[in-house]
Design a protein around this ligand. Structure first.
Ligand code: AMP
Length: 194
C-alpha cells in the first residue's frame, strides 16, 4: 500500500507579521496541525525542562536557539501521529541549516512543501504591533531592544530563505497589513490553489 504524501505549508514572515494568528485559523480550515517552534520552546520554558532552560537564554536576547536543538525538537514533533497528513510550519525553518534539515525530514517522512506563503508587513508597523502585543500578552521577548534584535536576526538568517524557496517557485507574497480575515481568505485560496 502506498502512503499518501504529507503536505507542508511553510508560513514565512517577520516577527509580528501574523504567522501565529493565521496558523491557528488554518489548522481548522485545512485540518492540519500548527507546528510553531516558538510555542514549543515557550511550553518547554513553562515546564522548566532542560530544553526550555537552554532555549530561554537565546529567546530572552531575541537570538535563534541553536539549529541542532531546534531541528531535533521539530523532528520529534513531526513524528507525532497528528502530523500524519502534514503540518503548518510556523517559525520554522529560520536558517539555511534548518531549511536543509527540513528537506531531509521531508524525504524521510515522504512529504513535500506545498506552498510558502510570505506574509509581508512593513518593519515600523511590525515594531508597533509587537510593542502592543507586549502590553497585552506580556511576552518577555516583546521589549524594544529584543524586538530590534529579532528583526535583525530575521533579516540576516531567515529572509534569505525567501530566495531559496522562490527559486523553487514556492513563494506567494501576501499583504499582511490588513484585517486578519482578509489575510486569511487570501491564504486559504493560495494554499488550496496549490
Ligand atoms: P516566535 O514565537 O516564533 O517569535 O519565536 C520566539 C523565539 O523562539 C525566537 O526569537 C527564537 O529565540 C526562538 N525560536 C523560535 N523558532 C525558532 C527557530 N526555528 N530556530 C531558532 N530559534 C527559534
Amino acid at each position: 500500500m502506498t502512503e499518501k504524501v504529507k503536505t507542508f505549508v511553510v508560513l514565512m514572515g517577520a516577527p509580528g507579521a501574523g504567522k501565529g494568528t493565521q496558523a491557528k485559523l488554518l489548522q481548522e480550515q485545512l485540518n492540519l496541525p500548527q507546528v510553531a517552534t516558538g510555542d514549543l520552546f515557550r511550553a518547554n520554558l513553562k515546564q522548566e525542562t532542560e530544553l526550555g532552560k537552554l532555549a530561554k537564554t537565546y529567546m530572552d536576547r531575541g537570538d535563534l536557539v541553536p539549529d541542532e536543538v531546534t531541528i531535533a525538537m521539530v523532528k520529534d514533533r513531526l513524528e507525532q501521529d497528528d502530523c500524519r497528513s502534514g503540518a503548518i510550519l510556523d517559525g520554522f525553518p529560520r536558517s539555511p541549516a534548518q531549511a536543509d534539515a527540513l528537506n531531509d525530514l521531508l524525504e524521510e517522512f515522504g512529504g513535500m512543501i506545498n506552498v510558502v506563503p510570505f506574509i509581508y508587513v512593513d518593519q515600523e508597523v511590525l515594531i508597533a504591533r509587537l510593542l502592543k502585543r507586549a502590553e497585552i500578552e506580556g511576552r518577555a521577548d516583546d521589549n524594544e531592544e529584543t524586538i530590534r534584535n529579532r528583526m535583525n536576526v530575521y533579516k540576516e538568517s531567515t529572509a534569505p530563505l525567501l530566495d531559496y524557496y522562490s527559486e523553487k517557485g514556492l513563494v506567494v507574497k501576501l499583504d499582511g497589513d490588513r484585517p486578519v480575515d482578509e489575510v486569511n481568505n487570501d491564504l486559504v485560496s493560495v494554499i488550496r490553489g496549490n
